[in-house]
Design a protein around this ligand. Structure first.
Ligand code: IMP
Ligand code: ZN
Length: 365
């Protein structure tokens, strides 16, 4: 990023609400990890969806797009996470990855970040799920101590592939940290390969989390044919939705689902590059941003996996603006409105709103 427009997007204060820790690891940090573990024979091409692929997708212009595109989520993405997990398997790795990711978001102008990650145990290194969460918290505290200009919170992730019992254990662990982490652990994420498992098996764990006061962000309708699962989980209801690509009727969802989301006023976390590279959306111009934005429904622009998809939040905002013709004032409003959808309490929202007011260019006031 080097021209005047890029500077605007980088300096724009931003809120990032959908970032998976291990999907957000940068090229530079992967380099350090590869050097630490040469015996794994891992190359960069195995941890990120390369530029060549992006270029092809960028070239897609509106008239080339097929509507009602219904491709299955590309399973290649989930292979990528397996490779990254091999590189990140000890407390030391998690601490480095988390501090690097937080500092990179801050350098990109993100003032408030909700990181999410699936606690893992690794017998080879003695890592436990509890220590995993503690280490992420330690990294957040370290960045605070170093006065990195960003407020970071943590959502404990449930990988849907692991079933109901693991989901319940994860919620119990999250509840403990919810009470003891001084407001850092604030919610639960439901993610993982959307083609595996069914939400009905996770319903009671998610309901329990909600009753404990943990906030819920659920990946919903990320792939087609999840109508019943989405309908069921919307009744909890979640506090935010990840993607929601196939909610609306034009994408094979239904008006009933859209009505539920609208009635309950549930914000959507939209990750354009992730969806295009993950091939659930044909091209940027066909992204469901258009549908929800024009409806005036709460939406937040996010990265999902900035490392894997080789992007950052500034680029995502720029992409939205250029694809859908948003003025700079409209872009500013979009980033400012995201504050209303964060999981941290009202006092934090007020602080952030003040920060935005201080940074706001005169012409938008
Ligand atoms: P981690 O939880 O920090 O290890 O981040 C990687 C994990 O996030 C993956 O193994 C998936 O469970 C989840 N994840 C990342 N991106 C996506 C996505 O686009 N859809 C669903 N799950 C995802
Ligand atoms: Zn995600």
């Amino acid at each position: 990023m080097d021209n005047e427009a890029d500077t605007f997007y980088r300096e724009l204060p931003k809120v990032e609400l959908h970032a998976h820790l291990n999907g957000s690891v940068s090229f530079q940090t992967i380099e350090k990890l590869i050097r630490r573990k040469p015996q794994l024979n891992i190359e960069h091409s195995m941890t990120a969806i390369g530029k060549g692929q992006r270029r092809t997708l960028d070239e897609c212009v509106k008239h080339h797009c097929k509507t009602n595109y219904k491709s299955k989520n590309n399973p290649v993405c989930f292979q990528v996470f397996k490779v990254i997990h091999q590189l990140v398997d000890s407390e030391e790795d998690i601490f480095m990855v988390a501090t690097d990711v937080i500092k990179e978001f801050a350098a990109d102008g993100v003032k408030y970040l909700e990181l999410r990650s699936t606690p893992r145990e690794e017998t080879a290194t003695g890592l436990t799920k509890r220590r995993y969460i503690e280490t992420v918290i330690k990294a957040i505290q370290q960045c605070k101590k170093e006065r990195v200009d960003i407020d970071v919170r943590f959502l404990v992730a449930i990988d849907r592939r692991n079933g109901s019992q693991v989901a319940m254990e994860t919620v119990q662990l999250a509840e403990e940290f919810f009470l003891s982490s001084d407001g850092l652990v604030i919610g639960i994420d439901l993610s993982g390969d959307p083609t595996v498992g069914h939400g009905r098996d996770l319903l009671s764990a998610l309901q329990r989390a909600k009753n404990s006061g943990l906030k819920l962000s659920l990946h919903l309708s990320e792939v087609p044919s999840q109508h019943d699962e989405t309908d069921l989980l919307l009744d909890i209801p979640p506090d935010r939705i990840g993607h929601g690509t196939f909610l609306h009727p034009e994408m094979g969802g239904s008006q009933g689902l859209v009505d539920k989301v609208v009635q309950k006023n549930i914000p959507l976390e939209l990750c354009l590059t992730s969806n295009v590279k993950g091939q659930t959306v044909q091209c940027y111009a066909e992204h469901h941003f258009k549908y929800w934005y024009h409806m005036g429904h709460p939406i937040v622009i996010c990265t999902d996996d900035k490392g894997v998809f080789a992007t950052d939040l500034s680029q995502e905002y720029k992409m939205v603006a250029t694809t859908f013709g948003l003025s700079r004032e409209a872009v500013w409003k979009l980033s400012q409105q995201a504050i209303d959808y964060i999981f941290a309490p009202v006092s934090v929202k007020e602080q952030l709103k003040q920060k935005w007011r201080n940074l706001q260019p005169q012409e938008f006031k």
